[in-house]
Design a protein around this ligand. Structure first.
Ligand code: 13P
Length: 278
């Protein structure tokens, strides 16, 4: 069942469990993610990576087709968003939600650009995720730079002035692969303050490699949506690499990637408590 992202998030915020938003980039990953949700009777939010997707309108059609053939709630979000034109394309394609990530811009510009797209999205019943503070790149050590963390007082002002429906916060995670052996330290005190200060669901980016216990605790203590990409794709690539010599046909390789992507996704879904919550 294709739904608005905010319906899933409001329910999970009330129920104090998290929802994993897996990155998808094509039909195979969309199908694997929807199967994972259906098999575990869970809600799911598909976070489309536009830079890895040649045609977001086509992929949105595929997601809606697949979503309407399962009974669990499925939402489609434009992860990070892009320029104004791309957001309008997502609106026209009927996404459930767009992320408007202007977190590397000065505060007032972030407010203005998010507010503008909130007006557009809300006029067609679509929700908007925005970001305050900045979740950078793990390889650059960005998660360790508390200057980039979300300011609690600013968060309340930001949500009030933009009208965004969900807020991505920076509390110590970063995107991509962390240096070997490094597990981030999350600023849980800041998370608690943000949860009290802001009424909209909070989003954690950079879920991969951020520590199973950190993800479980974060979703118990205030995070509602957890974005995970790198771990799922890495699991797929590893499975393919391990079995490449046995492959007789290339199409079996796609299946090896999807199978491992799906298994790693279900493992993450179990961590945050969404299983059985459809
Ligand atoms: P990872 O690839 O680090 O899991 O981050 C995913 C993400 O935050 C997508 O928005």
């Amino acid at each position: 069942m294709f739904v608005n992202m905010i319906d899933i998030l409001n329910k999970s915020r009330e129920g104090h469990y998290g929802v994993i938003a897996p990155n998808i980039c094509n039909e195979d990953t969309a199908r694997a993610a929807i199967e994972a949700a259906a098999e575990t009777n869970s809600p799911i939010i598909l976070d489309l990576i536009y830079s890895a997707t040649p045609d977001i309108t086509l992929l949105a059609q595929i997601v809606k087709y697949l979503a309407d053939r399962v009974s669990v709630p499925v939402a489609l979000n434009l992860d990070h968003g892009g320029d104004f034109k791309l957001h309008i394309e997502a609106v026209r394609a009927g996404f459930s939600s767009i992320m408007v990530d202007r977190s590397s811009m000065p505060y007032e510009q972030n407010v203005a650009e998010v507010a503008e797209l909130v007006k557009v999205a809300h006029s067609v019943g679509m929700s908007v995720e925005a970001e305050l503070g900045h979740v950078g790149t793990a390889a650059d050590g960005d998660g360790q730079t508390s200057d980039l963390y979300t300011n609690v007082d600013q968060a309340a002002d930001f949500v009030a002035r933009t009208g965004c429906d969900a807020l991505a916060v920076a509390i110590g995670t970063a995107h991509g692969k962390y240096p070997a052996g490094y597990v981030p330290h999350l600023d849980f005190d800041r998370l608690h303050e943000l949860y009290e200060a802001v009424e909209v669901p909070l989003v954690l980016h950079g879920g991969s490699g951020s520590g199973d216990e950190n993800l479980a605790r974060a979703t118990r203590e205030g995070i509602t949506k957890v974005n995970v990409g790198t771990s799922l794709f890495s699991a797929g690539m590893q499975n393919l690499a391990e079995h490449a010599a046995e492959l007789t046909r290339a199409n079996l390789g796609y299946k090896m990637i999807s199978d491992a992507y799906k298994a790693e996704l279900i493992r993450h879904m179990e961590l945050v408590g969404q299983v059985g919550k459809a």
